[in-house]
Ligand binder design. Sequence first.
Ligand code: ZN
Length: 457
Amino acid sequence: MSNHAFMPDSYSILIKNANYLPVRKNGKRACVVKDASILIENGVIREISKSPFRQKSTKGEKIDAKDSLVLPGLVNAHTHLPETLERGVCDDATLDDWLWNHIWVMESRMGKKEAYAGAMLGCVEMIKCGTTSFIDQFYYAEELFDAVNKSGLRALLCPSVFDNCVESKTIERAFERAKEVISEKQGKSRRINWGIGPHAPYTVEKDMLLRIAEFADERNLPVHIHLQESLWEMEKAKKEFGMSPIKYLEKIGFFSDKNHQNKRKILGAHCVFVDNEDMEIMRKNELSVLHNPRCNLKLANGIAPVSDMLEKGINVAIGTDGCASNNNLFILEDLLIATILQKYLKSDPRVMPIEEAIELATINGARAIGLENEIGCIEEGKKADVIIVDMKGAHANPKHNILSNLIYASSSHDVNTTIVDGKILMHERKLRELDEQKVIDMARKASEVLLGKKDVR
Ligand SMILES: [Zn+2]
């Protein structure tokens, strides 16, 4: 933090009267800083100052953050974006029934147009709840790219590879399509990075898992896979592999490249049923866990031992999972559940304090996405992914502990401003780049196609 005043130029955003949570300062956990000014210029947090601001230029945007909390943009580490169209079509069912008899049946009617509409609806929802980056696994990667590009959000897109990819019908074709889209789109947007998403060890066979991993090596991509989510999956693995999916992946050589020289970057969604041996494999191989507490509860799968994982030095980020199961993309609500669940699991209210909880949705998410040096904290020189949460409401007062008010008393509807890459996507709850009603109308029409009310396109 510098002590001299600064002058914004025409491309700047000045956030004044900011109480902000850096999350990290010089690599260490940092607490809330009061009454600062934050200058954003050309997509970067240029300067943070405690001194009075002397402004000469009238250009640039000024935001008064009085009575608010400024945070790094939140990271939703596990989504299936077009599932927004399936919100509420099948609740209160078991995971295998929900997947095989409902979700995959509906998705079989999804075309490019519907995937785009569902992705746009998800982008609007994320901007409105303060999510600035997300990690997705879905097919129709080209349409997802177009939606994210238009929305202004940041993403790691991991095209799904498995038999149920309706875009491609067979797993072989799904892999080819994923390779095509990645080859074509990699490097085309500075906000969109690529990974690849073999669905799970129970849907993708060994040879294909390894081929996908080798492609990831060639392109330096992270691999995003569902792991150890349900008891059903664990029993299936026991019968077929004689061990847990994580032990099986280690046995087949999934965690490091062919020559055992380099670790692959693996993102494991769920990891609910993990024992100490699994966790040791996860730690050793630097796997990032994408924890989805609300989805795991709703599908009655269980509680991932996240506090144990963190204690062992495993990176844990937080996600909502798709809206067909959760049923929204509100990451702050998942954070509240995550912290309460760990206290319950350990019978100890001291477990996962608020400072640790917020890291799941900020710096840990940034690490999972591969951008820990660029986003996830508010520091000079970092990319300007910043949100402002309104703390004026009755529920956010008095302010004995502003971070406590955020985690334990606020909701996603309190997010007032969302800035990504130095661009204001929402201010005072109004979207700047997208027409919210138009997107909702487009998504409603698309969801009718999924219900079989119109011809598949
Ligand atoms: Zn998932």
